[in-house]
Unconditional design. Structure first.
Length: 253
């Protein structure tokens, strides 16, 4: 997926998130809870995403080479009023999108990953925005699936970026050669990953036997890996008892 395609999806996902939030607030009464984010209300969801966007606007605008001190940022607080909060989100998403468009994918900037580019932040924030759009839509009804190409990229990014990071951020058991395969049924891709004692090792195109294989449409695979959907709607073969252990090897943030 190239930069322009990601930028287009970022804008459309931001608009869909804003629309979903407005529908949720139209229910009236206290801010509704988000079923897929236990303990979070819609206000918490909007505040989280809007805060992340403003943090990254600062990082990108200043071309920071090291992480900023959050205590010294002085970022504006999220408003309490639902209408003002929704506008606050839209403003931050618009500003971040414009800045990512101006910088392109190759501007050198700090990230928490080995990849120190503005393109990393666009890829990461597009995926996070799409998942949280799904969260917001789940408040008032059946959420729309992720874009298939975006979902496939989110699965790839999980094994390239998120799984190693999550294992390094939190205590996780040593890998003992567990091999997981995730097979897309709405496209040609499959993803195989092995947990060695010190690495999360993707095996592109692997045909080696896997301990467990999970098959389904790319949007469902992505949402499963983001712990938004259970495995019940997916086809699981091999050692099904090993599948829940994936989230022990890759602890949630």
């Amino acid at each position: 997926m190239d930069h322009l395609h990601r930028m287009s999806l970022f804008r459309s996902e931001a608009a869909a998130f804003e629309k979903a939030v407005r529908h949720a607030f139209d229910l009236g009464g206290p801010a509704p809870q988000v079923p897929s984010c236990p303990g979070w209300s819609v206000c918490d969801l909007v505040g989280h995403l809007g805060g992340v966007h403003r943090y990254l606007v600062h990082v990108l605008r200043e071309r920071l080479a090291t992480p900023p001190d959050p205590a010294g940022l002085g970022l504006p607080q999220a408003p309490a009023d639902p209408e003002a909060l929704t506008e606050w989100f839209a403003e931050g998403a618009r500003e971040l999108g414009e800045l990512l468009g101006e910088l392109g994918p190759d501007t050198r900037v700090w990230t928490w990953s080995d990849e120190q580019t503005s393109g990393f932040w666009l890829r990461m924030q597009l995926i996070e925005l799409a998942v949280h759009r799904w969260d917001a839509q789940s408040v008032t009804g059946t959420p729309a699936p992720l874009d298939p190409a975006l979902a496939a990229d989110a699965v790839t990014q999980t094994f390239e970026v998120m799984a190693p990071a999550r294992r390094s951020w939190q205590a996780a058991p040593v890998g003992r050669g567990e091999r997981y395969r995730f097979r897309r049924t709405d496209g040609p891709e499959s993803w195989t990953v092995v947990f060695t004692p010190d690495r999360v090792l993707p095996e592109p195109g692997s045909t080696a036997p896997a301990d467990v294989e999970v098959a389904g449409p790319a949007p469902d695979l992505a949402l499963f890996l983001w712990q938004r959907l259970p495995a019940t709607g997916l086809r699981v073969t091999g050692d099904a008892a090993l599948l829940p252990y994936y989230f022990t090897l890759v602890p949630p943030v």
